[in-house]
Design a protein around this ligand. Structure first.
Ligand SMILES: Cc1cc2nc3c(=O)[nH]c(=O)nc-3n(C[C@H](O)[C@H](O)[C@H](O)COP(=O)(O)O)c2cc1C
Length: 390
């Protein structure tokens, strides 16, 4: 099939993957309202077309946490992405490194920190709040030794969200292993490439705690049993003390929480609702971002994710106040569709679309992107007025 957009990668991924894996990536929590809002609110942000402004040279480079990168984009943490292509985290990391952007590895990846760090440049590591603090400390140490340049601490998953699609697909629920095996048989391309040649399918970073049981079945159970809902802001002091590099708090959706993150000494935040996979019904990140950027943008680096499907979307997030963005499903669809080559193609597409957007909004540098390139610049989303931009 012809692939010219993230939507095409999504369709190619749907054709290639067993249903449980496609639905796991594609789905969200409950009725998936927030997942839809992330996409639709972002794509409805209108850009302001400007012409004849000499934009012959467009520079997409920027600096995040002291490191120059080719685009204001990173591959965000996505659990079990090693199931979407053979040793998928490594393939994605290679594509990101070649494109000059960071890869952020999930705690719950198939490939381990050590396996991915060799391919990723720059390499960030994402940590979850786990009951076993000694194990968290071990992961921080492993990330540091492996050369991680930033620690992304995800705080919006004290418990997993209600994901109805996973119950239906066999990702969770009764007879999961049997249903997954039947689905895999119906996708022989995936079954040979990933199911057979992509082994081992264990959660690489959790081997020390799960041992030989760290397979997919244990993944959902482990998430539920080991995430820690008792954590509070003051518990983050020890993480700040244990990690001396850039610390980024991921999963902020409220200006008050953004201020707390600044107070504990975080260097950055990711405005995120976990791609609509946690609390359905919360604000889209598009709507949450402007107030958060206003609250803390002068004191820390504000990143954002959720619903980014194109280079236009990247430019929109920057205009709303982000200094950089994380891709989620977009890169997973590309990885599932075409492996490393797919992620390379996606990043090239994003760069080309950003160039078009910057050319036609009359800005030639990333730092010059602000609300002035939006058609509704200065006007804000009025939460009291329902769902419209006013
Ligand atoms: C399949 C899947 C797995 C994810 N796993 C993680 C994870 O392990 N850690 C994490 O911090 N966020 C995780 N996320 C959330 C992403 O990092 C990101 O916040 C979200 O995907 C952004 O929304 P988008 O996919 O609509 O762009 C996951 C998202 C998806 C789709």
């Amino acid at each position: 099939m012809i692939i010219s957009s993230t939507g095409d990668f999504r369709e190619a991924a749907r054709r290639r993957l067993p249903r449980f894996l496609f639905d796991y990536a594609d789905g969200g929590a409950n009725a998936e309202e927030t997942l839809r809002r992330n996409v639709s609110d972002l794509s409805s942000v209108a850009l302001r077309q400007r012409v004849l402004r000499d934009v012959a040279t467009i520079d997409l480079k920027t600096t995040l946490f002291g490191r120059e990168i080719a685009l204001p984009v990173a591959l965000g943490p996505v659990g079990i992405s090693g199931m979407y292509a053979r040793r998928g985290e490594v393939q994605a990391a290679r594509a990101a490194a070649a494109a000059g952007i960071p890869t952020c590895l999930s705690t719950v990846s198939i490939c381990s920190i050590e396996e991915v760090a060799r391919a990723a440049e720059p390499f960030w590591f994402q940590l979850y709040v786990i009951r076993d603090r000694a194990f968290m400390r071990d992961l921080i140490t492993r990330a540091k030794i492996a050369g991680a340049e930033a620690l992304v601490f995800t705080v919006d998953m004290p418990v997993p969200g209600a994901r109805y699609r996973d119950a239906h697909s066999g990702m969770s629920g009764p007879r999961g292993p049997l249903r997954r095996a039947v689905q895999a048989m119906g996708k022989p391309g995936w079954a040979w490439d990933v199911g057979v040649r992509g082994r081992p399918h264990m959660l690489g970073n959790l081997l020390p705690v799960l041992g030989a049981n760290s397979g997919l079945n244990d993944y959902m159970g482990w998430l539920g049993a080991n995430f820690d809902p008792t954590i509070q802001w003051r518990d983050l002091d020890w993480i700040r003390a244990a990690w001396d590099g850039p610390l980024i708090i991921k999963g902020i959706l409220d200006p008050e929480d953004a201020r707390e993150a600044a107070r504990i000494g975080a260097d950055g935040i990711v405005v995120s609702n976990h791609g609509g996979r946690q609390l359905d019904g919360v604000l889209s990140t598009t709507r949450a971002l402007p107030d958060i950027a206003e609250a803390v943008g002068d004191t820390m680096t504000v990143l954002a994710d959720g619903g980014i499907r194109s280079g236009l979307d990247v430019v929109r997030m920057l205009a709303l106040g982000a200094q950089g963005v994380l891709l989620g499903r977009a890169w997973v669809y590309a990885l599932a569709a075409q492996g490393e080559a797919g992620v390379t193609k996606l990043l090239d597409l994003i760069a080309r679309e950003m160039t078009v957007a910057m050319t036609l909004t009359g800005v030639n540098r990333i730092v010059a992107i602000d609300r002035s390139i939006l058609a509704d610049a200065g006007r804000r989303y009025d939460a009291t007025n329902g769902s419209d931009w006013v």
